[in-house]
Design a binder for this molecule. Sequence first.
Ligand code: ADP
Ligand code: MG
Length: 727
Amino acid sequence: MSGYQVRRSVIEAITNYTPPTDTLDFSKTKPTDIFGCNVFSDKVMKRMLPKDVYKSLMNTKKSGEKLDPAIAGPVAAAMKEWALSKGATHYTHVFYPLTGLTAEKHDGFLSPDGEGGAIAEFDGSLLIQGEPDASSFPSGGLRATFEARGYTAWDVTNPAYILENPNGTFLCIPTAFVSWKGHALDKKTPLLRANQAINKSARRMLALFGNDNGEMVVSNAGPEQEYFLVDRNFYFARPDLMVCGRTLFGAKPAKGQELDDHYFGAIPRRVLSFMLEVERELYKLGVPVKTRHNEVAPGQFEIAPLYEQSNLATDHNQMIMTVLKSVAKRNGMACLLHEKPFAGINGSGKHLNYSLSSPSQGSLFNPGDTPHENMQFLVFTAATIRAVEKYGKLLRSCVASAGNDHRLGANEAPPAIISIYLGEQLSDIFDQIKQGGLKGCKKKGCLEVGVDTLPPLPMDAGDRNRTSPFAFTGNRFEFRAVGSNQSIAGAQVALNTMLSESLDFMADEIEKITKGDPKKLNEACQKVIQSIMKKHGQIIFNGDGYSEAWQKEAAKRGLPNLKTAPDALPSMTDKDVVKMFTSYGVFTKEELESRREIYHEQYNQHIQTESALVAKISKTIILPAAIRYQGELAKVCADMKTAGLKPTTGTLEDVTNKLRGLQNSTAELEKLMAQNSFKTVEAEARFRTDKILPAMLEVRKWADELEMVVADDLWSLPSYQEMLFIK
Ligand code: ADP
Ligand code: MG
């Protein structure tokens, strides 16, 4: 389709827009009625399971007790009955391989009964363990292809659920995915291990304060998911969007996001209708989605659920991504989860709101009204300061990917330098401790708006800072460097383990001073925090994280600035990182090495695909359009000459010049791409970052310049202007 035709069909689609399904009527199907209707929830289990089985399952789920395999039989029976009542014909063990995607393999419930009929079959052994062919999932040398075995193991802590399709439904069972030797091949297994670690270390610390009452301490996640929507006609007319998820070409639009008129603006009708459908689907799956709004860039939006316990929040975030994509399709749009679909326009991240909590303590990062008197809070916060400073490179490596490099290394939120924003009040308190005496704290006040009819607004103790990668936001930390496309598991695995190590370190130090005397606790904590502030306090930065000055200041403070994935990924196997992960049983050395290799491979494959597509689009789409235009111009010049007029050759010369630039740079890129033997994946990644990416950009530069001069009706790629603003 030519650009002109594509544009017409999009405009038609928008002007003739009708909802794709029956109109949703939330007064008839109330969100409270449908919420969780497709979830094999605690409530359903309580109703359907024998009492002792339910109790045993809850003990595992709520208190982390060892799973009793004997309950699998009765749970499977109930699960099957429930699933069949919901029309399910198949079941699948859902798992989360290192591709970051969600994987499923379906098996039918039906089994022949030997008399020409069939029965539905599903027993405890099928619930507990599955065996997908693991050979096509990345394992990074943990498993040779001839040892293709991989097992999925039932994750009893997350509920099973039903997914719907217009032609049927199927039962989904969340599972962990491991090799036949027990190595983690997925995102979930290490998260479950790290959750165990943080529970133990956090409770050890709570015990020092007399606050361990046997309850589990869990980590929580509230991921804010950003995404772009473009019309599907545009999407299909852009091979780069379809294959790579981002535009590899595209001149800067006349109007970008400069006017900031999109952020929190009224949501376009078709988009709102899409959001309502997304939310309904997610309600059914028990995902507590809460907020929706326009984001900073045109065409960019955000959806955020209420925070949940980390394992559940992680599965739910995967569901959110899947549902966003499929509902967008039904609404004639494509949902882009790439971290940087459009150059020069804000990218998409996934702010990971993170906290630790227990039922009776609430968030362990809640400062209360008088934080300076809340020593337990100060200790947990100091542990975070130490962890993020000590393992900052690891944290950075957890969010390293080809896509996310476009955000972190570039001039936008957040920078690649890991630092912590604490806000004025807390920074002041920690400074006081550092100076050797905690005296008091700056008070929260009330805002004076100056209008008598408006209510008095209580003022937060600290302002917000949007430029920090790791910001304290009242009762939690917000890690903003996660990419929109990434699983939130990796960052949480790192955070939980880093914090475990820090808390244990602090507990050791505190115990050395108090020697069991609770009266010395406060003084001991202050001493330990003081030494942490002296050693690690340089990680705290409350200023503008985007500024040039911060880059310099951070370098002075010795904070790493790992701009690209190849800079960051090797930190995954740094000596202290390996030591930390192995001593907490979260990763073995082999597992870490395999991950490091897989993430490098993924990076390389990404850039390889992108560069191949740059060359192809350049030669088969852009060059032909430019040559046709050149021909038209040349003909006009010749005709003018024939008519005895002096031809105006300026445009022809300009186009010819840019065409040459395009051809030469494409040839240069292809020459570089021909090099494909590398000693290591690391060497290959370096080459792709340092040589291929700049060569791709050079091709793009000429192509984008041509887009500004070639006749619009000859240009078949939809423009930035069109993709971003036609909604
Ligand atoms: P904002 O854009 O102002 O940061 P949002 O409402 O978009 O806020 O998202 C905040 C996210 O943080 C939500 O998912 C929310 O549930 C989550 N959150 C709130 N309190 C906590 C907490 N104690 N621990 C983890 N996440 C939290
Ligand atoms: Mg936020």
